[in-house]
Design a protein around this ligand. Sequence first.
Ligand SMILES: [Zn+2]
Length: 251
Amino acid sequence: MSYIPKCLWLAALITSVFSCANPTNATNSHTDSTASSPDSGMAVTAVMTQELQDTMTPEVILQKFKDGNQRFLTGTMIHRDYMQQVKQTANGQHPYAIVVSCVDSRKPAEVIFDKGIGDMFNARVAGNFVNTDILGSIEFACKVSGAKLILVMGHTACGAIKSACDHVELGNITAMLKNIQPAVDSVKGFEGQRNAKNADFVQAVAKENVLLAQAKILRDSPIIRDMVQNHQVEIVGCMYDLATGKVEFYQ
Ligand SMILES: [Zn+2]
C-alpha cells in the first residue's frame, strides 16, 4: 500500500470541500475541442470541474492536447474570458494534466496547447528533467488534484541540452546540468561530433532526455507507478519544434 503523507490527503480534502462549495453553472460548456470565433464575442468562461475531471480518460485528455496544438498551428485558438475563469477557479482547481517542460520563453505550454486557466499544471525547469521536486509536483498534480495525463515535453535547439552536451560549468548551472548528463551519455553510436555544434546530436539527446524522464517518473514514484498500472494516469513524451510551433507526440 502506498504511503501518502497526511498533508497531501488534507490538501485533497480541502480541494474537495471547496469544489462542493463552489459549484459552477457552466459545467456543460467547458470545451477545448471546439473553438469559438474570435469575432463572435462569445468567449469561453467555463472551467474544469470535478465532474468533468472524473469523466475524462487519459486518452481523451491526450487528444485534447493534440487538438489544442492543432488550433495553435492554424490560428483557431479558443477565445477565453480569462477573468471569468479566474473567478471560477478562485476556490478550487481540477486540472486534467501536468506538463513538464523547459523554461524556454518560446514555448509557453498553455499557449501552444491552447489551454485555459485551471486546465493544466505546468512544471518548468531548464532541460525538462525530472528530479525529486518535479516528481513531488507530479504526484501532487495526479494523486492529490486528480490530473490524469503527464506530458513530458522537450524542444528543439534547447539551450540547456546544448550546455549539457558541451559540459558547461557556470555557477549553479553546473549542478543543474548533471540532471541532463545521463541523456548525453545514453546516446550511443552517434556519427559525428558529440557536442552542441552538431544539431543532430543535440536533438538525439533532447529526445533521449524526454524518454529517460518518462522512465524515471515510473521508476522513482511508486505513487505514479500504481496509478499508471491502474490506468488512472498515462505518461506521454513529446517534442516541440521551435521553428514550426508543432508538437510531435511520441504516441
Ligand atoms: Zn530548453
